[in-house]
Design a protein around this ligand. Structure first.
Ligand code: CP
Ligand code: NVA
Length: 310
């Protein structure tokens, strides 16, 4: 008689530490296999298998996005599904309707929800009240889809990430937090180098080590990562202060010169060139930022299959 999917029969993708290491590994391997299977095909070509055939996916954005918006949209279409890209402010959600009611209603129209929002609580409430799976497309606290793409990218270039040294230079932000969760689940070593005032939140303590001196921090690094110094949820009034605090943590040729010769450079993008990283590094031989951006597509396709059990 009940027509709704049972909540406990569904799989959300809310954060990296909330998915088991075995499932995370399966997602990465599946993403790589799906990527290889469509090498050289025009982007609009449907995949050989269409696991999302007849499925409708809502993509909700309460913050700007280029990569997340387009990669999810293209990914759903390649797998045979259909998308609706919605902005929070155009929905009643942005005008007082509760998240819980929005979640209940959306679940009657779509099979999967991806949401990019501000407070983590919005994501968690959406997941609690939706009767379809929910995927985190970035909150103020985390960005798990990004880091799945980053792991895929690292392993394509430099082999298994297990046991490798990853160094984050800059702001201890939402993208860093998902790296910290991944360090535990994928068993790699993570170092944070940045000012004390922009230290990652204490909930992440124990998942990484801190070294204030960036040149020391990157010694022996297999991967150097940074991100914008001012995130979308940060007040613009903090811009100048943050720049002053973070200038010494810029990823430039000198800093990369202290890492391993084959160390990769990553940035989730969008970047502010010559602030957090120089153009010389971004466009240099160790940079894999375009592969990283492409791999959002492949990683998220595997995440959606995981959520829908397809
Ligand atoms: N890296 C990332 O999430 O980019 P967008 O903000 O463009 O989606
Ligand atoms: N830390 C950045 C990531 C953007 C993809 C932000 O939240 O704005």
């Amino acid at each position: 008689m009940p027509l709704q999917t049972e909540r406990n029969a569904m799989t959300d993708f809310l954060d990296i530490h909330k998915t088991s290491p075995a499932d995370l590994r399966a997602i990465i391997d599946n993403a790589g296999a799906m990527k290889n299977a469509r090498k050289g095909l025009p982007k609009g070509t449907p995949d050989a298998e269409l696991p999302l055939a007849n499925h409708m996916v809502a993509l909700i954005f309460e913050k700007p996005s280029t990569r997340t918006r387009i990669s999810f949209d293209v990914g759903v279409r390649q797998m045979g599904g259909q998308t609706m890209v919605l902005s929070g402010s155009d929905m009643q959600l942005g005008h007082g309707e509760t998240i819980a009611d929005t979640a209940r209603v959306l679940s009657r129209y779509v099979d999967l929800i991806m949401i990019r929002t501000f407070e983590e609580q919005t994501l968690l409430e959406m997941a609690e009240y939706a009767t379809v799976p929910v995927i985190n497309g970035l909150t103020d606290r985390t960005h798990p889809c990004q880091i799945m793409a980053d792991i895929l990218t690292f392993e394509e270039h430099n082999g298994p990430i297990k046991g490798k040294k990853v160094v984050w230079s800059g702001d201890g932000n939402n993208v860093f937090a998902s790296f910290a969760h991944a360090a535990k689940q994928f068993d790699f070593d993570l170092t944070f180098t940045g000012p004390e005032t922009l230290q990652p939140e204490t909930a992440l303590d124990g998942l990484y080590t801190t070294e204030r001196d960036p040149n020391k921090a990157v010694q022996g690094a297999d991967l150097v990562v940074t991100d914008t110094w001012v995130s979308m949820h940060d007040p613009q009034s903090a811009r100048e202060r943050r720049h002053n605090q973070l200038r010494g943590y810029q990823v430039n040729k000198e800093l990369m010169g202290n890492a391993k010769d084959d160390a990769l450079f990553m940035h989730c993008l969008p970047a502010h060139r010559d602030d957090e990283a120089t153009s010389e590094v971004m466009d240099g031989p160790n940079s894999v930022i375009w592969d990283e951006a492409e791999n959002r597509l492949h990683a998220q396709k595997a995440i959606m299959r995981h959520c829908l059990g397809k």
